[in-house]
Design a protein around this ligand. Structure first.
Ligand code: NAD
Ligand code: 4PL
Length: 248
């Protein structure tokens, strides 16, 4: 759509479907070389093929340190290293509080919060080693503000991502790396469509100031702005993108 990201390399995690897929397509449309990463190797490859051009698929499990290291080693071989990191991969559960046990808690925190840490640790180290300015954009959720039910571990993890964003922005500003989060409201992604969250659209729409069903592109367009030079003075922030369902 523009050339504002030409010359940039972007890593998008969880990009085989849903919001991550839409972000990968939008960043590529703005001229970036996009690394489409997902634990679902075949799905990631299909998205990279669909984008064509400079997109490449590299499978990785964000919750596994060795897998994340292998991802960045491969990125170093195939590109000049990343300029833009979009932490999008996560598990979106629907589990009532009475069914939340330690195993569920650790799985959700291990992927959605610790996985975001692992990918950001290695990703910002790569940016710094290459002497690049950078962008870290993490997809959190407006459930952190709304206290949405059936997602206690998920909401806690997303709150952790927002806190991590605030702290890391302070430490990485000296390298001209900005660190921001985006909090989508309910979005009609592949994952949501196949889950009980799909039944919440009418309720959520009632709470929205602007009516309609949230789409992956609503999030991708805002992520592309934060990735661009236009957002160079924005860091440590959480930008809520939910048609006005909640205020933050
Ligand atoms: P989705 O379930 O459709 O897609 C998530 C992708 O992440 C999948 O392709 C999956 O394979 C991948 N993934 C899961 N675990 C992984 C791991 N360990 N390593 C690598 N990849 C992994 O989800 P979505 O609805 O598109 O959500 C994308 C992001 O947006 C997530 O961070 C989610 O929490 C957030 N979000 C979604 C909504 C919504 O309503 N859809 C709302 C707010 C925030
Ligand atoms: C408002 O992040 O933000 C359901 C499922 N409803 O995952 C979310 C809202 C869900 C959300 C989310």
């Amino acid at each position: 759509m523009t050339d504002r990201l030409s010359g940039m390399t972007a890593l998008v995690t969880g990009a085989a479907q849903g919001i991550g897929k839409s972000i990968a397509k939008r960043l590529a449309a703005d001229g970036a070389t996009v690394v489409v990463s997902d634990i679902n190797a075949a799905g990631g490859k299909a998205v990279a093929d669909e984008i064509g051009g400079k997109a490449i698929a590299i499978a990785a499990d964000i919750s596994d340190e060795a897998s994340v290291k292998a991802l960045y080693d491969e990125i170093s071989k195939s590109t000049g290293g990343i300029d833009i990191l979009v932490n999008n991969a996560s598990i979106v559960p629907f589990v009532a509080w009475d069914d939340v046990d330690l195993a569920h808690w650790q799985k959700i925190i291990g992927t959605n919060l610790t996985g975001t840490f692992l990918v950001t640790r290695a990703g910002t180290d790569q940016m710094r080693a290459n002497g690049k300015q950078g962008r870290v954009i993490s997809i959190a959720s407006n459930t952190f503000m709304a206290g949405t039910p059936n997602m206690a571990a998920y909401v806690a993890a997303k709150g952790g991502v927002i806190g991590f964003t605030r702290a890391l922005a302070t430490e990485l500003g000296q390298y001209n790396i900005t660190v921001n989060a985006v909090t989508p409201g309910l979005i009609e992604s592949d994952g949501v469509k196949a889950s009980p969250h799909n039944d919440a659209f009418d309720f959520v729409e009632m709470l929205q100031a602007v009516k309609g069903r949230g789409q992956p592109e609503h999030i991708a367009d805002v992520v592309a702005f934060l990735a661009s030079n236009d957002a160079r003075w924005v860091t440590g922030q959480t930008l809520n993108v939910d048609a006005g369902m909640v205020r933050h």
